[in-house]
Design a protein around this ligand. Structure first.
Ligand code: AMP
Ligand code: MG
Length: 521
């Protein structure tokens, strides 16, 4: 088997796009360039906590753990590759924020595996010209969260950046976790993440904002040539086709998020991948009791811009910023507007279809919006755990009211009279549902097995990640391994892991790190 670290380098981003002419590693504005060369900091006592064997298996490569640790901690170069940080801007919480860039991410390799480009990036390996006032580091707690969730999302079939390794640096990093003046020294860590490209909407926005049309075009032509190959030679026409593809990919990603109850938490335009990958796992969370108004991000608790139910709207808003950014290369607003209008139509259609699939209904035209609205309303008021409810429904074959009532009791955070007061509404919905399933007449085994492929049994509930963090912070990495393995097969019943198929425990409801997370990481 080939060794990962001796794979040949196939640089494209750093080969075909302009580099920053300065190597000064201090916070500054970088103009006329897509990236800056930068050297990761050498950690004082690195330790390999975990790595993704499934990813190595997919690549059909092997590693020597000592050499691997040296590269994944930033101590040694990957096969001589010159590391660099990318330049981008972005709209944060609806406002243009100017230059942002990889303030704590450093690209350490560009490869090609099975004919697909693969970029490797260390998150938390030290400052870059884009660090502004921050330190370029990451802490163990947020790194465990990013590491576990990236791989979990991949296994759920959701487009995402992957995670190759999780390393503890042995250095300490000061963080004010709740932004309340209580600074603590936390353990530093580095995640190596993986994607065909880490280009974000913000990479285009920064050139548009600086009216640097030449580099805007270079970046767009590069992106089409290397990451949207099927569109052909870049031209005015392919620019529009490119935008249409980005819209479709983003929309599909959001539909997946809504399907599994994932809330990203910081959907700024610098956190939206041009490839429609879920990227930048910060204060994300998973819906437990179904509530479209929920966000895990305490930094956004006032306006809740990035709440679960608003993710589709924000995606469209962000796509509109991308349209504005590439507009100078197209010169006509109308075709871009038409594509954006298409998003709304497509979203309504695909979302309806996705919700029907969750219910095991495969003739979406027969299902009225009212049935779906009333389901969502019932789930919300009855505080039903989204994952448990849909998974239980994927085993539901009796179509007896009493059995359905058990599902509600099993998955609701309400009990007794509180829950019982909602039963008449549920009875009405249940009658409709029963009628629809009968009307479709899909063979029961087929229906239920398809539902189980849509409704995961195990997701990385917020409290599960927190338990792994609490153990990890005292040097016990067993739960990281257990959850990593559990979440390899989220759609498969794992009888010895039933404890993770349960409602959020009471202690986790208001606990920091479980229901409340800040951007501090
Ligand atoms: P985020 O919202 O976490 O994706 O980060 C927004 C911007 O802040 C990006 O440009 C990051 O690179 C940068 N950033 C976040 N945390 C740090 C840090 N500790 N050091 C340097 N830059 C950071
Ligand atoms: Mg970011």
């Amino acid at each position: 088997m080939r060794s990962l670290l001796s794979l040949p380098l196939v640089p494209t981003f750093s080969k075909y796009l302009p580099a920053d002419s300065s190597r000064l590693n201090e916070s500054r504005q970088v103009e006329g360039a897509c990236f800056s060369y930068v050297k990761p900091v050498t950690p004082s006592k690195p330790r390999l906590i975990h790595f993704s064997q499934p990813l190595l298996d997919e690549w059909k490569v092997e590693i020597d753990k000592d050499d691997f640790l040296q590269v994944m901690s930033g101590e040694s170069k990957f096969n001589g590759f010159e590391p660099y940080a990318m330049c981008y801007g972005g709209h944060q919480f609806g406002q243009w924020a100017g230059q942002l860039g990889d303030g704590r991410a450093i690209n350490i390799a560009e490869l090609e595996i099975h004919d697909t480009p693969v970029a490797l990036q260390l998150k938390g390996a030290g400052p870059t010209p884009y660090s502004r006032k921050a330190d370029g580091k990451a802490v163990l707690r947020s790194s465990i969260r990013e590491y576990l969730c990236s791989e979990a999302m991949h296994n759920l079939g959701i487009p995402t950046t992957r995670a190759l390794s999780l390393v503890k640096t042995g250095d300490f990093v000061p963080r004010d976790m709740l932004y309340n003046g209580n600074v603590q020294e936390e353990q530093g860590a580095i995640v190596c993440r993986v994607a065909p490209s880490f280009i974000r909407f913000g990479n285009f926005e920064i050139f548009a904002a600086r009216q640097d049309k030449e580099n805007l075009q270079r970046l767009l032509d590069y992106t089409i040539k290397h990451h949207f190959k099927s569109l052909g030679t870049p031209s005015q026409e392919t620019y529009l086709a490119f935008f249409q593809e980005v819209v479709t990919k983003t929309l599909d990603m959001i539909i997946h998020w809504q399907r599994v109850g994932f809330v990203h938490g910081v959907m700024n335009t610098d956190n939206l991948s041009i490839l429609g990958l879920t990227i930048d796992y910060g204060p994300y969370g998973w819906l437990e009791n179904y509530n479209p108004g929920w966000t895990p991000n305490t930094t956004d608790s006032q306006h809740r811009r990035y709440r679960f139910g608003n993710q589709p709207n924000v995606a469209l808003w962000n796509l509109t910023q991308l349209a504005n950014a590439i507009y100078p290369l197209i010169g006509e607003a109308e075709p871009l507007e038409d594509i954006l209008t298409g998003f709304k139509v497509q979203f309504a259609h695909k979302n309806h279809e996705m919700m029907c699939k969750k219910l095991g209904l495969y003739a979406p035209d027969l299902v009225s919006d009212t049935v779906l609205y009333s389901l969502e309303e019932n789930l919300r008021v009855s505080e039903i755990d989204m994952t448990l409810f849909f998974r239980e429904l994927s085993n539901f074959c009796s179509f007896k009211w009493n059995h359905f009532k058990h599902i509600l009791e099993f998955s609701s955070y309400l009990t007794g009279t509180e829950l019982n007061s909602h039963m008449s509404k549920w009875k009405n919905w249940f009658k409709e549902y029963k009628k629809l399933v009968k009307q479709e007449g899909v063979d029961e085994t087929t229906r239920l097995s398809k539902m189980k492929q849509t409704n995961p049994k195990y997701v990385l509930r917020n409290y599960m990640a927190q338990l792994a963090i609490e153990k990890g912070e005292v040097g016990d990495y067993s739960l990281i391994e257990e959850l990593f393995t559990l979440l390899q097969n989220p759609y498969t019943d794992q009888p010895n892991q039933e404890k993770w198929y349960a409602k959020r425990p009471d202690w986790a409801k208001q606990k920091i790190g479980c229901s409340m997370l800040s951007c501090s990481s």
